[in-house]
Ligand binder design. Structure first.
Ligand SMILES: [Zn+2]
Length: 520
């Protein structure tokens, strides 16, 4: 059993034949911000991401492109999925591919274990299968087709007709785990979050669970069923196992005990796989269920869910090429309540970039550093004549640190940033009110001037530490310019106000330069 000492967080593993859009990057950034925050809280944080490479859809795409599925996967991993992590500045600890030997071998161990324990049987299945979803659909999941598919029933997500398949398959006795799952949701309300996601999952399970077809014999691109190599493992059953095979299941007990259980961040469209099928698989295997499954909302562009199949996909690099990765990270974490649907627009992104990042935060940093250079030859004052206004800033630093820490503990990233931004706003107001440029005109006010400048510098240092998980590049530059000791990423975020800076400031280029080009 787990010693629970780590903060292990995962993104879904992404289908290699999709091209990364901002929805994927959004999930990656959210998990990365949480991992960075926990790392900076002194925890053993571990972020896993990766790619899902098996299944009929990938086989078909590869064949259509004249390559083997493995060649196709290799190409997409190197040209699309690993570059995405760079584009949005993800600091992952591991990257698993479902074609990795460590995954395939240990996924087979898991399956054999379930088979030996009597959780798997042979059966017949007939149903409507969506190749887009890689999933059998219930009649209630289908909608009326339009255009070329008028008169047919189509997948509600992909708008394409499903195929009627009839197969001899291996089945997982998922139906026997309904009561245990309902007890789990009841006893641990945090297991599925947010509340809307939890309610949806509970009402789904209350309708009664069917057994799950977990093998396919009509194609061979997948992990072979260990006791019958004419079948490959159903791609979702295979994919979900990445969370434990990457963490050492079956091959590194010490690592597995340290890391597991994980917090899974997923889009709400794949919530049932993670909050129903996955814990049922683990219960069957006698493995602890995940710590939490958090279903975030959809990104909407013009009112439609972002996906390539709906032709609304925007490549993350379209945004980062103009605004930079920090702005991407900040915008999506700040503008959208994590867990709810949110709309993306270029206008909103531009407006927040200018008012919040460039004017609110970036200008604050430039002005304070410029004043220390001008009035103190770059040397950070050590003391001064402190007043109640300075104490209020110190109080705000502590208050927002606690508020942000609390918000992160329930994955409310947007609330954490909003709390931190109170310090940005208060510092701007403080400088306007204290008028250090006026104090500098009279040597009699020297002690007061120094108190104001050191208060402002320390406030900036606190901001650098608190914002480091969200805007890692800007805060690293700021920390260096403030003469901060070591790396900003090594500063304890839960004590962000504990300044450990050097004697002087250094030149700082604009953290968020003005963007001239029109975009969109
Ligand atoms: Zn579909």
């Amino acid at each position: 059993m787990s010693d629970g000492s780590s903060f292990y967080i995962t993104t879904p593993i992404f289908y290699v034949n999709d091209v990364p859009h901002i929805g994927h990057a959004y999930t990656e950034v959210a998990a990365d911000v949480l991992a960075r925050w926990h790392r900076q809280s002194g925890e053993d944080a571990w972020l896993l991401t990766g790619t899902d490479e098996h299944g009929q859809k990938i086989l078909r795409t590869a064949t259509a492109n004249g390559v083997t599925p493995k060649e196709w996967a290799d190409r997409l991993v190197e040209t699309a999925w690993k570059p995405l992590l760079k584009t949005v500045d993800i600091k992952n600890d591991d990257f698993i591919r479902t074609t990795d030997e460590r995954h395939e071998v240990n996924a087979q161990k898991f399956l054999q274990h379930l088979f030996d324990a009597g959780h798997i049987y042979t059966g017949e299945y007939e149903g409507f299968y969506c190749v887009g979803c890689e999933e059998y659909k219930q009649p209630s999941d289908l909608i009326d087709g339009v255009g070329e598919y008028a008169g047919q029933q189509v997948c509600a997500i992909h708008s394409i007709p499903c195929e009627l398949l009839h197969e001899k398959n291996y089945f997982f006795r998922m139906s026997t785990f309904g009561d245990q799952l309902l007890a789990l949701y009841e006893e641990n309300p945090n297991f599925v979050q947010p509340e809307s996601a939890r309610n949806e999952v509970i009402s789904f399970v209350k309708q009664g669970l069917s057994d799950l077809s977990i093998s396919r014999s009509s194609f061979d691109w997948g992990i072979k069923v260990p006791w019958d190599d004419s079948h490959v493992v159903y791609v979702w059953f295979d994919a979900l196992l990445n969370y434990i095979t990457a963490a050492g299941y079956g091959h590194d007990d010490e690592k597995f005990s340290r890391l597991w259980p994980a917090t899974h961040v997923v889009g709400k469209d794949i919530l049932r796989f993670h909050a129903v099928i996955w814990p049922a698989m683990l219960l069957a295997a006698g493995i602890e269920v995940p710590r939490q499954v958090f279903g975030h909302g959809w990104l909407l562009v013009g009112g439609e869910k972002m996906s390539k199949s709906k032709l609304t996909g925007i490549a993350p690099s379209q945004i980062t090429d103009t605004f930079g990765s920090d702005a991407f990270r900040y915008y999506f974490m700040r503008a959208i309540s994590f867990g709810q649907d949110g709309s993306f627009s270029w206008e909103d992104l531009s407006a927040r970039y200018q008012s919040e990042l460039a004017n609110g935060f970036g200008n604050l940093a430039s002005r304070v550093i410029a004043m220390i250079v001008r009035y103190c030859d770059g040397e950070i004052p050590v003391g001064g004549d402190f007043s109640e206004a300075d104490e209020l800033i110190r109080g705000t630093e502590k208050r927002v640190t606690d508020a942000a820490t609390l918000a992160i503990s329930h994955l409310a990233i947007h609330e954490a940033i909003a709390a931190i931004w109170e310090l940005v706003d208060d510092l701007n107001g403080y400088i306007t009110a204290q008028e250090p440029w006026a104090l500098a005109k009279d040597p009699a006010n020297r002690a007061r001037l120094e108190a104001v400048l050191v208060t402002a510098v320390r406030g900036l240092g606190t901001l650098a530490v608190l914002l480091s998980p969200v805007v890692p590049q800007a805060t690293a530059k700021l920390w260096t310019a403030l003469g901060g000791t070591g790396l900003v990423t090594d500063q304890r975020i839960d004590r962000a106000w504990e300044w450990s800076g050097g004697p002087r400031v250094f030149p700082l280029e604009a953290l968020f330069p003005r963007i001239e080009a029109t975009v969109g």
